[in-house]
Design a protein around this ligand. Structure first.
Ligand SMILES: [Zn+2]
Ligand SMILES: [Zn+2]
Length: 416
């Protein structure tokens, strides 16, 4: 018997976890968390797991792995994913301690991951019992992977988070050539297309030019892994103004150790070398005295140095905040965009500096998702990792005349 059980990530973005069962073999694709304002949600703990294959380091795909890591379960992932996952997990422990959020593991559990990890290369087979496994470049962030599992004469392909079109940081995704029986696809942007990247970039740079001409501070809150580096590459001509703050520094260092995953590695290294690396509040205050472009965490303004800067510039007309990533509902970033108010813990500020949003997504938009399906020609599609998975499944059935479903968490799907 071959089956897929959605433990988490069904009809939601967060706590992705899919258990693939083939006779006596149980493989967990992703084991992530869903970080809410006050709590962290975990997927259920499966009875038996023979191996974990995380698609990439983002915590919605890997944040719960330490819960299982003591059990000496092997974890198969790319070398870049391993280092970045450990970085993000260590940070998540720090944040939850600071915010008083209960967390289901300790720092020590994170180090078990290093012990249990088996790093694998793209497009090279490895076996978990009788299940053949292969990773493909997912084009999302450095080291990210789509996962192909072959068992009982069936091929299951899981996209993880995927992007078809190339970014500056990484190339677009690679896809398997095998016939695909079941495609488990992300659906983050399944209901819309991204604006034209070149145009978006042009608008973004125009805003930056305008700001620098007026001697403004530009704050670019950014996710540490992937987006911060993409922004550095977009802003390569502005390098003398760039300052990098927060965890994005460490993430960039790790990413630069893995240039084989990068499209513009040497260029990123040059920009990183010339960027001001900010370490403390004294340096932050100095930066704000002259026009600078400050790239810093957290991308959704939930913490990190971004909060320190906002408290300093919110009332300044000669400053602007450019948001460059997806803002999840109820995060301070989304609330700021919707209401013009910055709210974080006890802080509530009416923001008077300029605030704008740009779309530099590392997820496939609707057209790209359709192209991926068109290329893979799966016999069946399972839509996950999105707010509108049900609608996407209907769109797929209409467009491709193949069965598509949007399961609920806990649903078990038999592969026949
Ligand atoms: Zn991701
Ligand atoms: Zn994700």
């Amino acid at each position: 018997m071959l089956s897929i059980t959605g433990l988490g990530g069904c009809g939601e973005v967060g706590k992705s976890a899919f258990l693939i069962n083939s006779d006596s073999t149980n493989i967990l694709l992703d084991y992530g968390v869903k970080i809410q304002q006050e709590t962290i949600e975990y997927p259920p703990i499966p009875k038996r797991v023979d191996a974990i294959i995380p698609s990439h380091s983002h915590l919605d795909h890997s944040g719960a792995i330490p819960v299982l890591s003591k059990a000496r379960i092997p974890i198969y992932l790319t070398d870049a994913s391993l280092e970045l996952t450990v970085l993000l997990l260590k940070d998540s422990v720090k944040i939850s301690e600071r915010n008083g959020q209960p967390i289901n593991f300790s720092k020590k559990d994170i180090y078990y991951i290093l012990k249990n990890a088996k790093t694998v290369k793209y497009e090279k087979d490895f076996f978990i019992n009788d299940v053949r496994c292969r990773l493909f470049d997912a084009g999302h962030i450095p080291g990210s992977a789509g996962i192909l599992l072959s068992a009982k004469n069936k091929n299951i392909f899981y996209t993880g988070d995927m992007k078809l079109e190339p970014q500056y940081l990484v190339n677009g995704c690679s896809l398997p050539r095998e016939k695909i029986d079941v495609l488990i696809t992300e659906s983050t942007y399944s209901d819309r297309n991204h604006p034209d990247r070149k145009k978006e970039e042009k608008n973004f740079k125009e805003r930056i030019d305008e700001a620098l001409n007026m001697n403004e501070t530009v704050l670019i809150p950014s996710f540490a892994v992937g987006r911060a580096q993409e922004i550095l590459l977009i802003l390569k001509d502005y390098r003398k103004y760039i300052a990098l703050d927060g965890m994005a520094q460490e993430a960039t260092k790790i990413i630069l150790r893995h240039k084989k995953y990068l499209k513009n590695g040497p260029e990123l290294e040059e920009i990183f070398m010339s960027a001001k690396k900010v370490k403390n509040n004294k340096q932050r205050d100095m930066l704000l005295k002259k026009p600078h472009i400050i790239v810093t965490t957290a991308g959704m303004l939930s913490g990190g140095p971004a909060v320190y800067y906002i408290k300093k510039i919110y009332n300044r007309k000669n400053s602007r905040i450019l948001l460059v990533g997806f803002q999840v509902e109820e995060t301070p970033g989304k609330i700021l965009l919707d209401t013009g108010v910055f709210r974080n813990n006890d802080t509530k500020l009416q923001v008077r500096c300029k605030v704008e949003k740009f779309d530099f997504s590392s997820h496939a938009g609707k057209n790209e998702l359709f192209k991926i399906i068109e290329t893979l020609k799966p016999k069946q599609v399972i839509c996950v990792h999105g707010d509108k998975c049900g609608k996407f499944a209907k769109d797929i059935e209409k467009e491709f005349k193949i069965p598509a479903i949007a399961p609920k968490n806990g649903d078990k799907i038999l592969v026949r």
